[in-house]
Design a protein around this ligand. Structure first.
Ligand code: AKG
Ligand code: FE2
Length: 273
């Protein structure tokens, strides 16, 4: 008995949320760390993220495909309020944009094919054929309704799943991420999360409140967490990382310097295609 709430076994941690420990083998982890290093380079590289209240996040982040960040007014309608009647694509205070409007202003880097392929495998691994029936209900409904940008007809397996955005977060010592929902996407396709480097304590809560019930899990290097369906809008966050906990034998960062801290990649489908 290790004292962990969930052992190192595949687990459905909440309806719609599937944890697959050690999903990435060491070679795949190394490949991703090296790729993250490339993505982190300027222009449109790793940045400190401003928060709406004027503070800043303790993680540093780089976005791929579309840029996620805080805007001072809606890029579509210019209104600086959460609601704006008649705005066709209202974003406030967070938005997806094509440039790093809260950083160096450069165009966001493209979404890498490598992450698209990995995320498809991840969703198939987590849900199998259930995805598109149980876990993408609004998406499937939109498809059935013939909504623009959504393939017509039933969606099964990972057909119709078209991830196009990734957020890469680096957690240095002491970094954490407060409880939040991922809700800037316009479809409810699942979020795929890959962890690299130091372990962390990840909190998966419920969709209604920031309070209990929640489940705390340890995410280690190579772990996959997919949250979709009933868990798609669950509050979640990173309470703390466990500095120095990554297995040095993984040789993360090679042939460059060793990775310090934790990297997390979330792959999403924006629905903005
Ligand atoms: O670092 C993590 O495991 C979670 C990251 C996250 O929730 C996000 O980027 O929205
Ligand atoms: Fe998140």
């Amino acid at each position: 008995m290790t004292g962990e709430l969930f052992g190192r076994e595949r687990a459905v941690v909440a309806p719609g949320a599937v944890l697959v420990p050690d999903w990435l083998d060491p070679a795949a982890q190394r490949e991703l760390v090296v790729a993250c290093r490339e993505w982190a380079r300027p222009p449109a590289g790793l940045r400190t993220v401003r928060l709406p209240g004027g503070g800043q996040m303790s993680v540093r982040q780089v976005c791929l495909g579309l840029h996620w960040g805080v805007v001072t007014r809606c890029p579509t309608c210019g209104v600086a309020r959460k609601a704006s009647a008649g705005c066709p694509q209202h974003w406030f205070p967070y938005a997806y944009t094509r440039t790093v409007q809260d950083g160096d202003g450069a165009p966001v880097k493209p979404f890498p094919a490598l992450l698209g392929a990995l995320a498809r495998r991840a969703v198939a691994e987590a849900y199998g054929e259930a995805y598109g029936t149980a876990y993408g209900t609004a998406f499937v409904q939109a498809a059935a309704d013939g909504d623009e940008g959504v393939p017509a007809g039933p969606v099964s397996g990972v057909e119709g799943y078209a991830p196009d955005v990734a957020l890469v977060n680096h957690y240095g010592e002491g970094a954490h991420m407060g409880l939040h929902q991922d809700r800037e996407e316009r479809v409810d396709a699942p979020v795929v999360s890959l962890s690299l480097g130091d372990s962390c304590v990840f909190r998966l809560g419920n969709s209604e409140t920031r309070t209990r019930p929640w489940t705390d899990l340890e995410l280690r290097s190579g772990d996959l967490l997919v949250f979709g369906g009933p868990a798609r809008y669950a509050y979640h966050g990173v309470l703390r990382t466990l500095p120095g906990s990554a297995d040095p034998g993984l040789d993360l960062g090679a042939p460059g310097p060793a990775l310090t801290g934790r990297l997390n990649i979330t792959v999403r489908q924006s629905g903005l295609a």
